[in-house]
Design a protein around this ligand. Sequence first.
Ligand code: NAI
Ligand SMILES: NCC(=O)COP(=O)(O)O
Length: 324
Amino acid sequence: MSRPALPVAISCGEPAGIGPEVAAAAWAVLAHEVPMLWLGDPRHLPEGTPHRVVADPSEAVGPSPDALPVLAQDFGAPRRAGLADPAHAAHVINMIARGVALVQEGTALALCTAPIHKKALKDGANFAHPGHTEYLAALAGVEDVVMMLASDQLRVVPATIHIALEQVPLQLTPHSLRHVIEITHAGLRDLFGIAAPRLAIAGLNPHAGEGGTMGTQERDWITDLVTQMRGEGYTLSGPLPADTMFHAAARTRYDAAICMYHDQALIPIKTLDFDKGVNVTLGLPFIRTSPDHGTAFDIAGKGIANPTSMIEAIRMAHRMGHSA
Ligand SMILES: NC(=O)C1=CN([C@@H]2O[C@H](COP(=O)(O)OP(=O)(O)OC[C@H]3O[C@@H](n4cnc5c(N)ncnc54)[C@H](O)[C@@H]3O)[C@@H](O)[C@H]2O)C=CC1
Ligand SMILES: NCC(=O)COP(=O)(O)O
């Protein structure tokens, strides 16, 4: 029996940002290929976006080439491009939670989240999480999830995510790094179809510590953890000096780079492939992807936002939803 063509649920993200316009543009490209269900206030879609409000996600099963199906929520006010409205914040958060509920109850295939403005959600609704990744983990009731950014050229994982740099050496532990390696390995195998994933582990310090002269974490425990996990059957290299592990030849030697902090991971992929990078959360009991960019207030509403990352994120959610 064939499975119903469930939609990818797309949470609207910050209405003042480019989320609504890149979602509408992605639908225009993918409408014949991927069933979609946009969650948000239809007034926030770009003017003229063909859409139909549905009462139930079952009305969004199968491709909908004539109109984007919308599960509508009245946010109370129209959007003002580039200017977050604090009154929207709670609704933005609810759209994420609604998307998770749809996937968990089996009426959506996967979740693709449009970007949120983290500070706007904190200011407007006291949002307790630094990003989707942590919020989704809380909603799913799982302790350890992994943020991966993936493109054709590179996959990166920050072992610590949205924390201040000064917190990195405190929160990065053998226990936490082990979990990141385990979850990444499983994600590459199960969601990316890589039977024997090769992971490159970055050092934390310049020159991976240079034998303890530029930092001691590599000498004190990272090298031991890598050696131990190699003995358990993982294919790991490192800890590697982070400045030389992203050039073209180096990138051929691994399937994902495990980095020690946010910018160490995200700078190389956003430099190489900002347009096509996709953010995927590993370790959740459902599929979640997102474009790699943020709300881009500086260009919101101008019709110039590039939708490619959103398109790739929806495609990846759809593909993974069918392979999981
Ligand atoms: N998944 C999510 O919810 C994410 C949310 N953010 C949030 O977005 C907000 C703004 O973050 P920024 O660091 O300024 O990053 P950003 O990605 O919003 O913007 C950085 C620069 O890239 C440009 N840009 C971004 N996306 C583009 C697109 N699709 N087409 C053309 N140009 C594009 C912007 O105009 C800007 O000049 C912050 O609150 C941040 O936390 C950032 C990344 C991901
Ligand atoms: N810089 C990536 C980012 O902030 C995405 O975070 P999340 O909202 O997907 O957790």
